[in-house]
Write a protein that binds this ligand. Structure first.
Ligand code: ADP
Ligand code: MG
Length: 622
């Protein structure tokens, strides 16, 4: 999400004030770390110049019985020889119980079902997915600190949009274990969109198509006011480039007339098939060749042949895309832009098919392996308070909306979430009853429409309002959030000048997860909440009508005939009954009936007051 950039006037950029913040793509097969350097996001390479770190950790014991760990390529190289102690694709186990992992039986690991999530038994003891992920994160942290020769201020870590609370918390715990200060968890598709700078572009819907090695994710994002919201997600957690390797290896074996061979041979063919597949993204044809136990395998593969083999896989992804669009009630041509993520989107047939489906060429300028990490780095840099030119900014945005309780237990939002801070907003409110001399100000936080679903921050009272007719008083309530996130609320009655205020820290005692939870709840209940809000508003309006009618009857009831009086009383009773039921239309109709049924009475009252005024009494005595 874009932060509005506020540079402090007169403060020249001081390079020492720049905080080092990185973006980390903690992937299923690969992980990367990126940072903004000299104004551009780039992935940081290891000592050998490789930016990708395989998400693999191998545990072993040395001669003294001490735990040794190999991370990345080194671990991957040992996978065939020591599968039991080499943990790969650990992301699939994060925050999961054994019951959540239907394919656990096919994996080489000895799982232990712990209360929070499974762990894996290794020679070095039981390792939880959090610990394994922490090893990967610590390795990337080290790489970043070596690159900058400085400590890290913090990191933005990406997670799939569909990750639930437990999976997100596990990711945070891993980061903490790795000594990283988590600035924010960012959804992977949002990171990709940020990398392409879409947050600075046209508002609307964007599709993020992420085809990796073993997973396919499709996300639909809505950009409004520089902020992305995840509208819908879908995909297939067992579909990816690996499947293409399998079909290509199979086809090559069939063509060469070779039979199923040893497990070692199978691996060798798979590796060769993957290499051939990747080469076919740039070349028209390649030779798939490798040495097997029974002799050499060598076949020519053309891109056309690969396209044929890839078609069922690509069609499967498009079926998932269609489902997501259907769920979100969106047509392909309503999508403003399509971002390609994941190594498998380098395959030209994938790009063509996705482009054809959406009727526009997808965005492919950035490296699809790196795009998520790059977006995370851009966000990390902003959250750390650096802008692209390296100037220090006033940072951060409000994570949740701030508002006030109004009649009917409803929330009036004063400062919407994602507003960059510092920020100040004011709104005028008024009294509900005639002669009301005090106002209860209840400050709340959250995205829901009802007070009881939001978080109560503070209450105070504004007293000494001069008695006036309902709705005549003008009370300005101002919200100010300073750069430290401290909220001050002032209420001031404009005529008498009486005022009251309170200061609170909205983030106090609120974890990022609670914030995430409140946000998600707000999104999922939005439609229901709006309905409920309409009903509550109608109730407030009905109450107001009743209150005004009662006041009028008390003052000028003698103007009415017994028959007229009975009619008005009946209309009032009807509102009372309908208020208790949940029927919005009936309640609105009853309120309208009372308004219409008292029109003649109101006119009579008006005439009387004019007569009284003419009799020499001043208007404000009436
Ligand atoms: P993940 O998101 O699962 O960690 P990646 O996004 O890194 O995975 O994608 C890995 C997949 O991308 C592998 O199947 C790999 O073969 C494939 N891939 C990498 N480069 C290319 C290429 N040039 N052409 C086609 N596929 C590629
Ligand atoms: Mg990926």
């Amino acid at each position: 999400m874009a932060l509005l950039q506020i540079s402090e006037p007169g403060q020249s950029p001081d390079p020492h004030q720049r905080r080092i913040a990185v973006g980390i793509d903690l992937g299923t097969t690969h992980s990367l770390v990126a940072a903004v350097r000299n104004g551009a996001a780039e992935c940081l390479p290891d000592a050998q110049g490789r930016v990708i770190l395989p998400s693999a950790v191998r545990y072993s014991l040395d001669a003294q019985g001490r735990t040794r760990r190999a991370i990345g390529f080194e671990a991957l190289a040992a996978q065939a020889e020591d599968p039991l102690n080499t943990v790969v694709s650990v992301k699939r186990f994060m925050g999961r119980r054994l019951a959540d992992l239907p394919d656990a039986g096919k994996l080489p690991y000895q799982f232990v079902d712990q209360p929070g999530m499974v762990s894996v038994k290794t020679v070095a003891g039981e390792k939880s997915p959090v610990e394994v992920s922490a090893e990967i994160l610590a390795s990337l942290r080290q790489r970043a600190e070596d690159t900058f020769n400085d400590d890290l201020f913090g990191a933005v870590i990406t997670v799939p949009a569909y990750f639930d609370d437990a999976q997100r918390q596990a990711t945070k715990d891993a980061a903490q274990m790795a000594g990283l200060n988590v600035l924010r968890l960012l959804n992977e598709p949002t990171a990709a969109a940020i990398a392409y700078g879409l947050d600075n572009g046209a508002e609307g819907l964007y599709a993020i198509y992420d085809l990796g090695g073993g997973t396919f994710d499709i996300s639909l994002l809505q950009l409004s006011r520089g902020v992305f919201e995840v509208v819908a997600t879908g995909g297939d957690s067992a579909l990816g480039g690996d499947d293409l390797d399998h079909v290509l290896a199979e086809a090559a074996m069939v063509e060469a007339g070779l039979q199923a061979v040893t497990p070692q041979d199978k691996r060798t063919v798979l590796v060769a098939a993957r290499r051939a597949k990747e080469k076919l993204s740039t070349d028209g044809s390649v030779h798939l060749s490798c040495a097997l136990s029974g002799g050499m395998l060598s076949v020519k593969v053309t891109r056309e042949r690969l396209n044929e083999l890839a078609k069922p896989l690509i069609d499967k992804t498009l079926a998932a895309v269609k489902r997501v669009l259907r769920d979100a009630k969106v047509k392909p041509d309503e999508v403003k832009g399509v971002v390609m993520v994941g190594g498998s989107t380098r395959t030209p047939a994938v790009r063509d098919a996705v482009g054809g489906f959406f009727g526009q060429p997808p965005l492919t300028d950035l490296n699809p392996d790196e795009v998520v990490a790059l977006g995370a780095a851009i966000q990390a840099n902003q959250l750390a308070g650096n802008n692209v030119q390296g100037e220090l900014l006033l940072l951060d945005v409000l994570p949740l909306s701030l508002g006030l309780e109004t009649m009917g237990g409803l929330v009036e939002r004063i400062i919407p979430r994602n507003t960059p801070i510092p920020s100040a907003r004011a709104q005028d409110f008024t009294t509900f009853k005639d002669g009301q001399t005090a106002l209860a100000v209840h400050v709340v936080q959250g995205e829901r429409e009802q007070v009881e679903h939001c978080r109560s921050l503070a209450r105070f009272e504004l007293r000494g309002i001069p008695p006036m007719a309902a709705g005549a008083a003008r009370i300005r309530v101002s919200f100010q959030v300073d750069a430290d996130g401290l909220l001050s609320v002032f209420a001031k009655e404009q005529i008498s000048g009486v005022e009251a205020s309170v200061i609170v820290k909205p983030s106090y005692g609120l974890s990022d997860d609670q914030v995430a939870h409140m946000l998600r709840e707000g999104f999922t209940t939005a439609a229901e909440d709006m309905k409920d809000r309409a009903l509550r508003e109608a109730r407030v309006e009905a109450e107001r009508m009743l209150e005004a009618t009662r006041t009028a009857l008390a003052a000028d009831g003698d103007l009415l005939s017994a028959e007229q009086r009975t009619h008005i009383d009946a209309l009032m009773t009807q509102i009372g009954q309908r208020c208790d039921r949940g029927d919005l239309e009936a309640l609105e109709a009853a309120t309208k009936a009372l308004a219409e049924g008292t029109e003649a009475f109101a006119a009579e009252r008006m005439n009387r007051s004019i007569r009284q005024a003419l009799a020499g009494r001043s208007l404000d005595q009436i």
